[in-house]
Design a protein around this ligand. Structure first.
Ligand SMILES: Cc1cc2nc3c(=O)[nH]c(=O)nc-3n(C[C@H](O)[C@H](O)[C@H](O)COP(=O)(O)OP(=O)(O)OC[C@H]3O[C@@H](n4cnc5c(N)ncnc54)[C@H](O)[C@@H]3O)c2cc1C
Length: 433
């Protein structure tokens, strides 16, 4: 009888689970439907240019992800793979929020008091609000939305600070977004160590950052990673799990299903027991939010004061100067979170509108020599208040669940994905299946 574990899905959750098992000397086989590992955080090659399916940003608080990166790349991973900066959110001439080199929570308090673009009374009200949240241990009723949580906050603080933070972190509009998940993120980013709120910009593409290095690590420990192999069915039998793909049916000691929530029904439906059915029922209620990233290559360096700037939402929301963190000089990535009306246009028109937007702030920009928009329709599940979600771990004996949507604390992020993968793998190891 084999002790090999099947991992279905070579995204960050699946690869985190596979690395955890491989480190415990458990042989694994990863099945990934796509050509490239990484799922919703992967390398994309367009016109011989390497970009990502979307600009990603990590936080210093992504403890699980950073630990895995050290496992697969070595102790110097963080220094070599990221441009790390203290949190600095700025829309030039409109708003600035910058954390100083002070321990937590003083770095947050001083940053709030020194915010530019808000009158003093609004800054004081915002500081008092954050102190209240801290005293309440960043907890609130599960049915509260971010909009309700912010109901008595100054309108300018909501518009300039809280709304952009909520959209960037939860990819869900404030009126629907879960206040508790937003508070979880504020707590892990600001309440413990000052460096937890640092921004980490990847200097390599997202497949190289983790999944590809994880695959090498797994192969060195007797595991295998198969791309372009779609699993069509998983069935938990008494003494094994049957995994069916176009290559046929294979038996494994156990399986971890780490596909996206909208893909769960494709592999699970036929075999579902009661926990699996409950998970399927929960994901069936999910709504999804898109993220669009438009890349524009200019013929000269962008010369931005820092690698990431807030834009005026007309239509771009955030501008990343990829040339400042390992990309080609002059390569801009402009991100639009959620399904905003201004972005519901064809990709050429969107690139044109974003070029015009960048030109309004830098009229001497040369015309772009290349552009590409990548729209991820289901970038994340809509992180709405009081949404019932399955937990990472066992669905049935020998069958485990992982994926960003299963982490109880973080919104759909790389950290949620890696935490869920590690949690599922540890539970599987502890169950000795
Ligand atoms: C544009 C964009 C921007 C984002 N920005 C950020 C950010 O800045 N910071 C951040 O932390 N997070 C960000 N996220 C969220 C983050 O990328 C996701 O939360 C994370 O990648 C989800 O990982 P996962 O492994 O849970 O799921 P997925 O990445 O969806 O992985 C599932 C994998 O399973 C494979 N699969 C599905 N069905 C099968 C099958 N039947 N057989 C075999 N394989 C199958 C899929 O091909 C996929 O590779 C962003 C996401 C997007 C799309």
């Amino acid at each position: 009888m084999t002790d090999r574990v099947a991992i279905v899905g070579g995204g960050w959750a699946g690869m985190a689970a596979a690395v955890t098992l491989a480190c415990a000397a458990r042989p694994v086989t990863v099945f990934e439907a796509a050509q490239v590992l990484g799922g919703r955080a992967r390398r994309v090659v367009v016109d011989d240019r390497i970009v990502d399916n979307g600009q990603h940003l990590l936080l210093g608080a992504y403890a699980q992800t950073l630990a895995l990166l050290r496992t697969v790349h070595g102790e110097r991973a963080e220094r070599e793979l990221f441009d790390r900066r203290r949190l600095h959110l700025e829309e030039p001439g409109v708003f600035r929020f910058k954390t100083p080199a002070l321990p937590a929570p003083w770095h947050l308090g001083v940053a709030l008091l020194a915010m530019r673009g808000l009158p003093q009374r609004d800054r004081l009200a915002t500081l008092a609000f954050v102190r209240r949240l801290r005293r309440g241990r960043f907890c609130c009723a599960p049915q509260l939305t971010v909009g309700t949580l912010l109901a008595d906050q100054p309108a300018l603080a909501v518009k300039l600070l809280w709304e952009p933070l909520c959209l960037a972190a939860l990819n869900t509009p404030v009126d629907a977004a879960s206040a508790q998940i937003f508070l979880n993120l504020l707590r892990v980013a600001f309440a413990v160590h000052a460096h937890d709120s640092d921004l980490l910009l990847p200097r390599v593409d997202l497949t190289a950052l983790f999944p590809a290095a994880a695959a090498v690590h797994i192969a060195a420990r007797g595991g295998e990673v198969r791309t372009e192999e779609t699993v069509t069915r998983i069935a938990a039998l008494g003494d094994s799990v049957a995994v069916t793909s176009h290559a046929g049916e294979e038996r494994f000691a156990a399986a971890i299903i780490a596909v996206g929530p909208h893909q769960l029904a494709h592999v699970l439906a036929a075999s579902a027991g009661s926990s699996a059915t409950a998970a399927l029922d929960q994901v069936a209620t999910f709504a999804y939010e898109p993220i669009r990233t438009t890349y524009l290559q200019y013929g000269r360096a962008l010369g931005l004061p820092q690698p990431m700037l807030k834009l005026d939402n007309d239509p771009g929301q955030w501008l990343f100067d990829r040339g400042q963190f390992g990309g080609a000089p002059g390569l801009a990535a402009v991100v639009i979170s959620t399904d905003v009306a201004a972005a519901r246009i064809d990709h050429d028109s969107l690139a044109h509108a974003i070029d015009a937007q960048l030109r309004r702030r830098a009229p001497d920009l040369p015309p772009p020599v290349w552009s590409q928009t990548i729209a991820e329709r289901r970038a994340t599940y809509a992180c709405t208040a009081d949404l019932a979600r399955p937990a990472p771990g066992p669905l049935e004996r020998r069958l485990y669940l992982a994926g960003d949507y299963t982490d109880p604390e973080f919104p759909a992020t790389l950290e949620a994905a890696t935490r869920s993968g590690v949690a599922a793998a540890r539970q599987l190891l502890a169950a000795h299946v």
